[in-house]
Design a protein around this ligand. Sequence first.
Ligand code: CMC
Length: 428
Amino acid sequence: MSETAKLSLQGKEVELPLIIGSENEVGIDISNLRNDTGAVTVDVGYKNTGSTTSAITYLDGEAGILRHRGYSIEDLAENATFLEVAYLLINGELPNSKEYEEWDYQIRHHTLVNEDMENIFKAWPTGSHPMGQLTAMISSLSSFYPESLNPNPSEEEQFRTIRRLIAKMPTIVAMLHKKNAGHPIIYPKNKLDYVSNFLNMTFKQVTEDYEIDPIFVEAMNKLLILHADHEQNCSASTVRIVGSAHSNLYACIAAGIAALWGPLHGGANQKVIEMLEAIKQDGGDAKKYIAKAKDKNDPFRLMGFGHRVYKNYDPRALIIKKSCDDILNKLGVKDPVLDIAKQLEETALADEYFIERKLFPNVDFYSGIIYRAMGFPVEMFTVLFALGRLPGWIAQWKEMRDQGQPIGRPRQIYTGYTKRDWTARALR
Ligand code: CMC
């Protein structure tokens, strides 16, 4: 195969080197195009632009394949713990027993957050959205650990921040849940594993005993793994681009959380349940809402449907759909919105509009139903996505810094006025 691509541009021929990935993906390296020709490429929404090479996650949207560091998402969701997957994403290999023991110990012993962080809650109006609160809490960690402001941290300093983030995120997420419910926070219990500790801090009431249900632990572990990384998506690209300015890691993760909040990205899981509830209240007619989604004059979209890269099926959605049935059965929960979800899915999958556009349920179509069955309020769903995505963001940031990538700074094609002379328009 030729190692270059040829481009003929305004009478000039240029050869562009190819970059071939380990799964034979072909990229055309245009980094010298502007120097050689004066032209730039334009790709609004980066639909066809590789922003980096990366060895973390492989995704084939046509074949429905998702692998982290070579391991299939199916294998990881079935066999691994979330902490193992986090280690794998960040370090490149699964930990051996000794490495896992050390990693687990370090995470367990950094779970406390500074008591002063509770004061931050005093400033927020009751009922403010926990994603905004999470962004602020994670960003504020840079104030509690000012050494993280060093733009060129040593490896040890880097890992200290990484450990703190992974260890404190469940504590902060549980704290948001408690504060929003108006309940006293529950401190971490370091003899518990990562997921059990999180569930205990979230669901235990100070006045009551709480028994951690192994079904919840299994479900939560799986959901966190399914969300752990997804290559160069909106929030991961945000983390990388903020990190490319050598901003501190807490600020980069806060930026990722802000990007995830949007309803077209991680915010979809909250919107799915709100949509299913609205359909239920409107009589439960799935067909009516399919028609609305197809109507170009109606802004309504089927939340939890469609994906920028999956054009066949989302492998995470298949795993989660099965888990959803299992969990609801095991918990004995009968959720009427699940029936509406199934009707919507069946109707959409048989409809020409959705088939033509390759629109399938994505991971968020079912995750909210599980979270709801576990007792999480709907505003917490995207926060839980963030808890799962954290190791992916860290791995993407670390890879970008380890590769010494330059500051992210796209070009544009200017379409505004050309030079014009000053004429006063306002009355003076
Ligand atoms: N309902 C109805 N029509 C849709 C939908 C939908 N959910 N998604 C896409 N379309 C149509 C869209 O109108 C367009 O039609 P046409 O070609 O006639 O103009 C076509 O499909 C292509 O849509 P697009 O907006 O160009 O596709 P995109 O790749 O830019 O957007 C998406 C992908 C995920 C933002 C979009 O499918 C969407 O808005 N889905 C609903 C929100 C959602 O569930 N997001 C969660 C994604 S999974 C979690 C994550 O990884 O972030």
